[in-house]
Design a protein around this ligand. Structure first.
Ligand code: SF4
Length: 424
């Protein structure tokens, strides 16, 4: 409706208005213009405050991988024989769970995993079409798929281009073949570079790549080479993660046997800064602990999580949040196809505050003390200000007006600050 009014008004201007007006015409035009502004304002406020028009996100978790990487503890399975049944169950789950978002308008869709690029582009599009039939998608801006470089071929890209996917997130991790082999990745550096070129050749201009640093045995020279070659790919977004060793992974088991040692804190910090400096000098904004983007190319989907936007997660391993309830499905793929079940919790006010502290301090915009006071009370604001001034964390924090921020170069220590500031 806003569109109709605006285009109607501009059409009138095109056919009926004169650049030089008489007094009477001027008064009449001013009068109609004021009315037009008033109506636009009313509609704008209606759109803004009507919960039906609030934006939300949808996440599809495709939990399959051909092979498990040494470090990975994501929810994933190598039982590819269940893939078509899981896809079928996910369609049924989406149809059943659409109400979870209470008529929200969808702004972003994200296919994560696992390895979503194991699905054919036509299967990805079927999910998007179903979202379009169940939700208002008039404000859909971003559809991302995570891909593995070795799934990308000219044919795959040509098919993907016919879908609504407009953003690619590729698990590159390193551009050093020895490092890739060590981590148990399925692809080579060359394959990753070629895959990005194919996508760009087909017109994709919003591509993110992942890099892992802090890999034992692969020092700053290897990392520098990877970063320089990634920058030469001309991608728009880079996610950089420190390798963490989890118990139930191949690396975790190796570490338990003493065959493997994590890098020390000095190395962690210096490689974190190495990534920060290299990407920042190349014009990337460090906008979240692990995320860097060229101007205008932040991940809208991930940013919406950090901003507390509601989202519906579909598939085994997916989580959902609708402003009141947090819900998750942690079934095995066999259990999932037998009947979807959820765990859930209702967030208390304290949970919501802690969540806000955690997510906001990980982002460059920081924590708004005015928002804390408005939504959680003056007492909580004062408590946060008190905690923020303790010797342990004050060197890592800066005030900018009403905002409390961690400088991007200190973000490696964001957990220390968050721990000090959350309410117990
Ligand atoms: S890192 Fe990605 S590709 Fe490797 S096992 Fe985990 S989900 Fe699968």
């Amino acid at each position: 409706m806003v569109d109709a009014l605006v285009s109607g008004a501009s059409a009138e201007r095109r056919v009926g208005s004169s650049p030089i007006l008489g007094t009477k015409e001027f008064i009449l035009n001013s009068f109609f213009y004021s009315i037009f502004l008033l109506i636009s304002k009313i509609i704008f406020n209606f759109v803004r405050i009507n919960p039906k028009n609030k934006l939300a996100a949808i996440y599809f978790h495709i939990p399959f991988c051909k092979r498990l990487c040494g470090y990975c503890d994501f929810y994933r399975s190598v039982k590819l024989k269940y893939m078509s049944q899981v896809v079928e169950t996910m369609h049924a789950e989406l149809a059943e769970q659409a109400d979870f978002l209470h008529d929200k308008s969808i702004r972003t869709i994200y296919f994560g995993g696992g390895t979503p690029s194991l699905l054919a582009p036509s299967e990805i599009e079927q999910f998007i079409s179903q979202v379009r039939t169940l939700f208002d998608c008039s404000q859909l801006e971003e559809v991302t798929i995570e891909v593995n470089p070795d799934d990308i071929s000219e044919e795959y890209v040509a098919e993907l281009r016919k879908t609504s996917v407009n953003r690619i997130s590729m698990g590159v991790q390193s551009l050093d073949d020895r490092c890739l082999q060590f981590m148990g990745r399925r692809h080579s550096a060359e394959q990753a570079i070629k895959a990005v070129r194919m996508l760009q050749g087909a017109g994709y201009d919003n591509i993110s790549v992942d890099v892992i640093f802090g890999v034992p045995g692969f020092g700053s020279e290897v990392l520098d080479d990877t970063l320089q070659r990634m920058l030469a790919m001309n991608v728009q977004h880079i996610s950089a993660y420190h390798l963490t060793i989890e118990e139930n992974t191949r690396f975790g088991r190796m570490m338990a046997k003493g065959e493997f040692c994590e890098v020390d804190e000095v190395c962690s910090e210096s490689q974190f800064l190495q990534v920060h400096n290299a990407l920042q000098s190349a014009g990337f904004e460090h906008y979240e602990v692990s995320n860097y983007a060229l101007k205008g190319c932040r991940s809208k989907h991930n940013s919406s999580y950090w901003q507390g936007v509601e989202y519906l997660g579909i598939g085994p391993g997916a989580h959902s949040f609708n402003g009141v309830v947090r819900r998750w499905c942690e079934q095995s793929v066999e259990e999932y196809i037998g009947g979807v079940e959820y765990g859930s919790e209702e967030l208390s006010t304290m949970d919501k505050l802690n969540e806000y502290v955690m997510t906001s301090l990980r982002c460059v915009e920081g924590l708004s003390l005015a928002k804390v006071e408005r939504e959680f009370g003056l007492q909580e604001r004062k408590r946060l200000e008190r905690e923020a001034s303790t010797d342990r964390v004050k060197r890592l924090l800066a005030y900018e007006g009403e905002c409390l921020r961690i400088a991007p170069e200190n973000m490696l220590l964001s957990d220390l600050v968050i721990e000090a500031l959350i309410a117990l």
